[in-house]
Write a protein that binds this ligand. Structure first.
Ligand code: NAP
Length: 366
């Protein structure tokens, strides 16, 4: 039986996602007894203030997970590959934000309002989807369940916070350099991100897609339970600080009107329809930043698809909150509600076994 207050570790606690996780745990009053903040050896010994308490950052090493109930990982795929099995072996349930485990068939890849049932029987590691997938799949779910999905084409407009703290600093410094007429230096991205649009997120794959684009393809198929879904993506980094936007074109199996689609989207938990072109009201990155919802607007017939089976829409969400931290905490809440926090062996689920990470090769991004 799980105690009321849990020992929760945040791995990557000094990063933008880790810091947002700490905020979201507090906002949602997740029952944290001990909060263990972990990062690299570079940060170990530093202190941070959380709700008036001073907490020392520890180094993320295997023994740091002794006694941890839930470990929220957001320190990159390499750290997750190394330490998530070590944490699970010590009895922690890992909710991992990296791409390390998402495509392993034995690891649940979960969006709280789409497939929470996939958490049952987890073996100690649960994967949190990529931020671009996170805001898309709940919207697609509404169409899957009503009129069926034939084909999806999505183009993303992704903020720099999706890359992490260094990229936020790089955009700021490039804007300052531009304004003061100084040379613009690019270090995080291969080209300046200020006043630009870069069609390259994560590494290029042999099929010509980037790994980010392929994550959207593969993760949506897995989460929606549609392994053959025809879906394509172009992922673009733009000079926005927070929130990803997506232009989505959907071919449905059966006809659907934009009015009905709006009703369906509005009925999904955590999805808000914001769609009044007459008053210039549609989802915006700046307005979505700091919010937990997924905003949908510009819903219209895709006139290139016959028989009223096409929809075009615009989907925006805060990549640090629903796209990462909030969904991770929502998963933890579901585990707690359903008494699925405990280690697999204690729940009678299959015992933890060492798992090889599976996925497209290369890269270590979100
Ligand atoms: N940003 C997003 O929107 C987003 C969305 C979904 C998933 N993610 C994923 O979340 C993770 C973190 O992203 P972020 O944006 O927060 O990056 P970030 O701001 O660059 O922070 C990286 C964090 O990882 C820690 N870290 C780096 N190397 C480590 C090591 N060897 N051992 C332990 N900790 C280490 C860093 O600690 P130090 O400060 O000590 O270096 C820092 O806390 C990545 O896996 C990313 O792919 C990000």
């Amino acid at each position: 039986m799980i105690r009321n207050a849990l020992t929760v570790a945040v791995v990557g606690a000094t990063g933008v996602v880790g810091r947002t996780m700490i905020t979201v745990l507090g906002e949602r009053r997740f029952p944290v007894g001990e909060l263990r903040l972990l990062a690299s050896g570079r940060s170990a010994g530093r202190t941070v203030s959380v709700d008036g308490r001073t907490i020392e950052i520890g180094e993320a090493v295997p023994d740091a997970f002794e006694g941890v109930d839930i470990a929220l990982f957001s320190a990159g795929a390499d750290v997750s590959r190394e330490l998530a099995p070590a944490a699970a072996a010590r009895g922690a349930t890992v909710i991992d934000n990296s791409s390390a485990w998402r495509m392993d068939p034995s690891i649940p890849l979960v969006i709280s309002q789409v497939n929470p049932h996939d958490l049952e029987g987890h073996q100690g590691i649960i994967a949190n989807p990529n931020c671009s997938t996170m805001q898309l799949a709940p919207v697609l779910m509404a169409l899957r369940d009503s009129v069926g999905l034939e084909r999806v084409v999505v183009d993303t407009y992704q903020s720099v916070s999706g890359t992490g703290a260094d990229a936020i600093a790089e955009l700021e410094s490039q804007i300052r350099a531009h304004v003061s007429g100084e040379p613009v230096r690019a270090e995080v991205y291969p080209h300046p991100i200020a006043f630009n649009a870069l069609p390259e997120i994560d590494v290029f794959l042999p099929n010509g897609y980037t790994k980010e684009e392929w994550k959207v393809v593969m993760e949506d198929r897995k989460i929606l339970g549609l392994p053959d879904l025809r879906i394509s993506c172009t992922a673009v980094r733009i000079p926005v600080f927070v929130s990803h936007s997506e232009a989505v074109h959907v071919e449905t199996r059966d006809p659907i009107t934009p009015e009905r689609a709006r009703e369906l989207f509005a009925s999904v938990k955590g999805v808000v329809v914001q769609d009044d072109p007459g008053t210039h009201d549609y989802p915006l990155a700046t307005a979505a930043a700091g919010r937990d919802e997924i905003f949908v607007g510009r819903v219209r017939r895709d006139e290139s698809i016959p028989d009223d089976r096409g929809l075009a829409l615009w989907v925006v969400s805060d990549n640090l909150r629903k796209g990462a931290a909030t969904n991770a905490v929502e998963i933890a809440e579901i585990l707690l509600e359903r008494n699925w926090v405990e280690h697999a062996s204690a729940r009678g689920a299959r015992p933890y076994r060492a798992l090889e990470p599976v996925g497209v090769s290369g890269g270590s991004g979100a």
